[in-house]
Ligand binder design. Structure first.
Ligand code: COA
Length: 175
């Protein structure tokens, strides 16, 4: 695997929408509204350089040998509190192969190098893959948020996970 995080480009839009609209993603993540052009605009709006602190949304596409396999974001970044929220999706046919972990590790490394001190994740209580990934990355479960968000018309319970900069181990150190 030679995973690289790259800047989102218009060519990524259709794949990203496909990954986000597959049944498992829809069960666990609220869907952005709108047609393909709205998705393209959303993709174009995200920044990739954490040195640019004029916004709160950073997103990267993960490519293995040039093939897009997933997308990872740091959103709700608050530069006063040096905190943000990680979000991730892997192409359905690529799940369970280690891409999620490699991709999220790369984004967390960027986040912490970019001076964030706390990164959170909100995860549906019945999403074992995302819970498994977050815990593998070292996130700690900090609480249960009852009926936290509406997904597919239903209010869903979420776990709040948190990872502090001082707890973060580099990918090499975690082995
Ligand atoms: C969550 C998601 C990104 C995980 O990506 P992935 O590439 O399948 O995960 P990986 O293969 O890198 O696995 C990483 C860790 O997660 C755990 N994991 C992955 N799938 C799992 C599953 N179905 N059940 C339990 N644990 C699982 C594994 O234990 C693995 O740890 P390991 O390195 O010790 O083996 C992927 O399943 C996905 O895109 N799901 C749909 C979208 C989604 O739910 N996003 C998160 C919303 S909060």
């Amino acid at each position: 695997m030679t995973l690289r995080l790259v800047e989102p480009e218009p060519r990524h839009t259709e794949g990203w929408r496909r990954w986000r609209t597959d049944p498992d993603s829809r069960r666990f993540m609220a869907l952005p509204a709108g047609d393909l052009s709205a998705w393209a605009k959303k993709l174009a709006k995200a920044k990739t350089d954490l040195a640019d602190r004029t916004g709160g949304l950073y997103r990267w596409m993960a490519e293995d040998d040039g093939v897009p396999v997933g997308s990872v974001s740091l959103s709700s970044v608050d530069w006063n509190h040096l905190s943000g929220e990680v979000g991730y999706v892997i192409a359905p046919e690529m799940r369970g192969k280690g891409y999620g972990r490699a991709m999220a590790e790369a984004a967390l490394a960027l986040g912490f190098a970019g001076e964030l001190e706390r990164i959170t994740a909100y995860i549906c209580t019945d999403n074992p893959a995302s819970i498994g990934l977050a815990e593998r990355l070292g996130f700690q479960r900090e609480g249960l948020l009852r009926r936290h968000a509406v997904i597919e018309g239903a209010r869903r319970d979420h776990y709040l996970y948190g990872l502090l900069k001082e707890e973060w181990k580099t990918p090499l150190a975690t082995g």
